[in-house]
Design a protein around this ligand. Sequence first.
Ligand code: KG4
Ligand code: ZN
Length: 350
Amino acid sequence: MKILAIETSCDETSAAVVEDGWRMLSNAIASQVEIHARYGGVVPEIASRQHLLQITPVIQRAMEQAGTAWDGLDALAVTAGPGLAGALLVGVNAAKAIALARGLPLIGINHLEAHIYANWLSPKIGAEAERPEGPPFPALVLIVSGGHTDLVLMRGHGEYAILGRTRDDAAGEAFDKAARVLGLGYPGGPIVQKTAEAAAEPLPMPRAWIRGSHDFSFSGLKTHVLHVAQEVGLYPAPDGFKGSAEERGRLVANIAAGFQEAVVDVLVEKTVEAALAHGAHCVLLAGGVAANGPLRQRLTERSPVRVVIPRPVLCTDNAAMIASCGYHRLLRGERSGLELDVQPNWRMAA
Ligand code: KG4
Ligand code: ZN
């Protein structure tokens, strides 16, 4: 079954053709990151306009790279939520138009569930001989993206129990806010990781454990970074810092590293705890923050069971993961009608 999938929930316009839920034939991504970086974060109106400009060329690229004729497609999958309403509308309407014109089945997909399915994809684009063995169930999933931090027990395809989630900021959001306070730019995750690599003495930072619960909290840590930055004169104006450029660089690296260690520490320990408590056979990492090097490494070291993590490019937003998720839903006989609408606040079903 060849599925054309479309993703436009935030700031990447993406289209992909995936066969049987795992073989990536293409995964075209047009990122808007540089445009939004000028404003220090995603501007919804600009995102919608960019999706409109990019959607047709990105779909054409995905079809060409896959070497698939329109007749060769079996279904369409599209992100219906959660995300920015205006951005989601572009993808959903494109998918509906193609489904109607070609008489193909259509399925609306939850973006967070799709992040999990990045773990079922072949690591590389192109025809691979053998289907990779899927992760074993029950799987303990940590979804860490820009808007969500959820611990989910996945008992089988489409069977989820939400064990815990963040009570305030998402992990990715915390990375983005820490980066802004430290004057590092947007998006924060990759820059904080890079900056932290130069740290000689990571600054100790508080951790919110919320014992006895699988929930997370990152707002206290975020506020702590803000206070430290204010005290040393890095924020609100970077020229409040009185030392040399080198001293400033060293300090920013130490704050970034301390912050990252605190986030990774809590994410890893609480994930391992949940995996043990629920007898998980593996741990899956999903979402943009899953691209974080120290998180990948620490979780792999600490987990008592096998850890499966997508390649970094498949951790951040892409349409191939939407196709994989769509495949498993279509297999179960699920379909969306042409009345499919966007669901900006769609929560993953428990
Ligand atoms: O899943 P995603 O691409 O979009 C959403 O669905 O939200 O996640 C984006 C988030 C951003 O907050 C970004 O800063 C974070 O993922 N991120 C990272 C890294 N790469 C992306 N966070 C930490 N380390 C990274 N290397
Ligand atoms: Zn995402």
